[in-house]
Ligand binder design. Structure first.
Ligand code: UD1
Length: 340
């Protein structure tokens, strides 16, 4: 089977390409390098020993996307990562998010329909649940989004659901909890542009000296140590789930044309636990201060992953320790490369 990966030079896309090739799939990929770099392709070539089939295509450009599909034959399924994901930026620039995340998805669906491609795996987020009682399963009610970014994920799921009613398309929507970690080779990982918003890149950048200290956003939450709880999932485990989702579609294991799965570990860890784990596995002492709460943060969320285990035959295998170890190795690699 041949899989088109949109956003293939991004954080999760790049790791997924590695796992798809490992599992024997043919892969082609597109990206517009809006939030990634061409060097990722060279590193993917090194890891996989395969020349990655790549074209620079912007999914906002409907004509270019359609032309791309016309020029490629044999694509059986699409894994759609190409999107913007910074919550704060989405509040400041909502139109950018609606144009790229929603408009881009519509363009992609049109191009797929024209090309007769009926299988898609979509990158969704646990953000669709808002504040819910963990462990959160897939039947948990979806709450009004608290950011334009979150809203784009909800809208795209609705569009995909509508499209399953109007066509032969089959959809697997994967709701990620908190992806962290990097490939064991340290050749690919998360490449935040500017000051990172997310916890783990901020931790590694602080430890390496790029940031003076980490601010823990609030220690007065109703949790055992007062800091927020999240479900941190290793990006390689997450990537492997996409292979499982493709097999699920290929083997027609679904009951409904639109299927949704939570992807997490099933465990919650507090911000302080993440810091302690980082310090324990790396031997680095992290400079951090307790600050005020960050607007929009939910107190605690972690996944129920029973459905993914039962139907996709997938569960995580990598620990929080492994997440921290690989994130640190990646940060050190970036430094050794002059952060290029
Ligand atoms: C955020 C988004 C989520 C999105 C994901 C993408 C919100 C509310 N959620 O998840 O929708 O899919 O990013 O990557 O923005 N923290 C600190 N100090 C920091 C950074 C973070 O204490 O400098 C804490 C946060 O308060 C939170 C935890 O670390 O409790 C994780 O934060 P983060 O990595 O930003 O992820 P989420 O907010 O869970």
């Amino acid at each position: 089977m041949k899989i088109l990966v949109t956003g293939g030079t991004g954080y999760i896309g790049s790791h997924t390409i590695v796992e798809l090739l490992k599992a024997g799939f043919d892969v082609c990929t597109i990206d517009n390098f809006d939030n990634s770099y061409p060097s990722v392709l060279e590193n993917l070539n090194k890891i996989t020993g395969t020349q990655i089939e790549f074209d620079e295509v912007d999914i906002r450009d409907k004509a270019a996307l359609k032309k791309y599909f016309q020029s490629k034959s044999g694509i059986d399924a699409v894994i759609h990562f190409a999107a913007n994901k910074a919550v704060g930026e989405s509040v400041a620039l909502p139109l950018k998010y609606y144009e790229n995340n929603v408009g881009g998805t519509i363009n992609l669906l049109e191009a797929m329909q024209e090309a007769g491609i009926n299988n898609i795996v979509f990158s969704s987020s646990c953000t669709v649940y808002g504040e819910a009682n963990p462990p959160v399963d897939e039947y948990t009610a979806i709450l009004p989004a608290t950011s334009p970014y979150g809203n784009t994920k909800q809208i795209c799921e609705e569009i995909l659901m509508d499209q399953t009613r109007a066509s032969d398309i089959k959809v697997v929507s994967l709701r990620y909890f908190n992806p962290v970690g990097a490939h064991e080779s340290a050749l690919i990982g998360e490449l935040p542009i500017g000051v990172p918003n997310n916890l783990v890149p901020f931790i590694t950048q602080t430890a390496i000296g790029k940031r003076e200290f980490l601010t823990v956003f609030g220690n007065d939450y109703p949790t055992p140590d007062g800091t927020c709880i999240r479900d941190y999932i290793h990006v390689v485990d997450l990537a492997i789930a996409h292979v499982a989702a493709i097999n699920y579609l290929a083997n027609k294991k679904y009951r409904d044309a639109f299927s949704v799965f939570n992807l997490g570990t099933g465990n919650g860890n507090s911000v302080l636990e993440v810091i302690q784990t980082f310090e324990a596995v790396t031997g680095e002492k992290l400079a951090y201060k307790i600050g005020g709460r960050r607007a929009g943060d939910v107190v605690q969320i972690y996944a129920s992953c029973d459905k993914a285990l039962k139907e996709l035959g997938w569960k995580t295998e990598r620990s929080l320790e492994e997440c921290m170890r690989s994130s640190w190795k990646w940060e050190q690699h970036l430094q050794s490369m002059g952060n290029k």
